[in-house]
Design a binder for this molecule. Sequence first.
Ligand SMILES: C[S@@+](CC[C@H](N)C(=O)[O-])C[C@H]1O[C@@H](n2cnc3c(N)ncnc32)[C@H](O)[C@@H]1O
Length: 275
Amino acid sequence: MGKEITNYDDSKSLRIRKTENKNIFRHRVNFNKEIISSLLNIKDKKKNWKDLKILDVGCGYGDFPQYLHEQDSSWKIWGIDISKGMIDEAKKSTDQSIKYAVADTQKLPFKDRSFDVLVAKHMVYHIDDIRKGLNEMHRVLKDDGILIITLNSLANGSRANIERYLKEMEKVLNAKRIQTITKANMENFFQYVDKSQFKILEIRTYFNYGEIENSGLLKSYLESYRDFFSPKPTPEKWGKALFEIDKRIAAEIKKRGKIDEVRGLGIIKLQKIIN
Ligand SMILES: C[S@@+](CC[C@H](N)C(=O)[O-])C[C@H]1O[C@@H](n2cnc3c(N)ncnc32)[C@H](O)[C@@H]1O
């Protein structure tokens, strides 16, 4: 992750984005449930799903490790994240059996063939060198192990209005936003996958839908992106920009009644090829 992104020093912005995602996209899939369904939907000889050793890579404040623990308490769960602040929060707020470490995906602190399953949920696009990250994930997976990657999709006009307003903010702030969604998404991710390392087992794409009738909702979502702008806006500049964008969103809602938004996201299930 580029050193300039401070958005994940603690969980505040990520929590806001998750909450506002739920508030905006009211017609949505239960994504965590889909991840488990993809993981366990393996039509192979692996019949015993007990005692799996699972690593959540870029686990944030630990909500998904906790969810995994709640699915099957026989699973041995690990979480790593590059942010010490996130890991400190995860340790405090999740089950004591879950183990955590501060680490970069490009240099995982585990021996070869340590895990049955790895999950990298909405984080691959933050890795400086994605291929290097995938090599490491391949290394720590057991033979035939499963890697679940989740990403955003840009298909079907996904996030069109959110991206449009973030672009408007770039102009108002005279700053560039650090691009993550274009670096890796459901459409372009496969360019990073070495086909001699991983077999593609399954691809699932979902589209959530929401109607924005209240400008405050979108404003709050956009607000959580502050640390993604470079140079980082001063509080004064940021306040003015938000005020300006909020006015424009309110005017659009007044004119059209609401703003329709689609959000695409997906799951890619890979299996380690033994070499
Ligand atoms: C969008 S958040 C997703 C967090 C969590 N996986 C989730 O789905 O809620 C991205 C996370 O990846 C972490 N991260 C960024 N670059 C990383 C890297 N190279 N290695 C490990 N974690 C990284 C960030 O600190 C942040 O917690």
